[in-house]
Design a protein around this ligand. Structure first.
Ligand SMILES: Nc1ncnc2c1ncn2[C@@H]1O[C@H](COP(=O)(O)OP(=O)(O)OP(=O)(O)O)[C@@H](O)[C@H]1O
Length: 245
């Protein structure tokens, strides 16, 4: 299996406080990897290091084979990123947003046109292409934002609570898009607070107080804890946590 993320004892301290404490794990090509943990568990800090945005205090990691200390430019070209706070330009149309971001990702004219058409068709936005993004429902904006984040076919996409605030049906549709991307070989690294979503991941890791306390398939984790839902696994893991953010 091709390793897309490899982290070894990756740590980040802010003064005396260790936000992320010696986490080690691997994520494979095309895998949907859930990165769970209560607020303040250290997820965002870890993602920032993996994207090459923040220098670790210690430890090693590679993303698509590139070193997170020395090859951050190559990492940026090979990843996509979307968070709940990531917003498209509300005062640009759907088509203009696609053109704008495609340009930033360095797509050529022909590639950009093809990729934009593919997104519009896949999301069924043919009638909306000339509408301002501000006029779209939140769920559509999120689906569009995700599609934009993978327009350049990155090896890996980071999704930081991508579905916050939308209803279960729309979340389900969003996850269909995630599965499509993974089936094309894009690795998906996703944080969520929704435990129904955790069930859709191939493997789940659980961060507690900066440490990675569990890493397995949802099925094995439920078995390990003798419970029948990811909700119960999460509760069992998080209830001993000291941090409350
Ligand atoms: N720049 C910083 N300086 C000091 N402390 C920080 C800094 N960034 C994060 N922290 C602390 O590190 C801990 C982990 O924060 P982090 O944002 O990584 O958690 P998280 O798991 O992503 O939580 P959330 O789900 O709320 O985003 C928190 O206690 C936070 O206050």
């Amino acid at each position: 299996m091709e390793v897309v993320i490899k982290a070894e004892k990756l740590s980040k301290a802010f003064g005396d406080f260790i936000a992320t404490n010696a986490i080690s794990f691997e994520v494979y090509k095309g895998e949907i990897f859930g990165f769970l943990g209560a607020n303040g568990a250290g997820k965002t800090t870890a993602i920032r290091m993996l994207c090459g945005l923040s220098k670790p205090s210690s430890g090693e990691a590679t993303i698509a084979g590139f070193d997170i200390y020395r090859e951050t430019e190559s990492i940026k070209k090979n990843i996509g990123y979307m968070s709940q706070k990531f917003s498209l330009y509300e005062d640009l149309t759907v088509a203009e947003n696609l053109r704008f971001y495609g340009g930033i990702y360095g797509l050529g004219r022909k590639e950009l046109k093809e990729a934009s058409e593919a997104v519009i068709k896949n999301l069924g936005l043919e009638q909306e292409r000339k509408k301002l993004v501000s006029s779209l429902p939140l769920g559509w904006k999120q689906k569009l934002a995700f599609s934009v984040a993978i327009m350049h076919e990155p090896k890996l996409v980071f999704l930081d609570e991508p579905t916050g605030g939308v209803d279960p049906v729309t979340r389900r549709q969003f996850w269909d898009l995630i599965h499509q991307a993974a089936a094309r070989g894009i690795t998906v690294f996703v944080t969520t607070h929704y435990m129904d979503e955790a069930e859709y991941c191939d493997r789940i890791s659980m961060m507690v107080d900066g440490e990675m306390k569990a890493l397995d398939t949802p099925r094995n984790l439920k078995k390990q804890f003798g419970v029948d839902s990811m909700d119960a696994v999460f509760y069992e893991m998080a209830r001993g946590a000291k941090r409350s953010d």
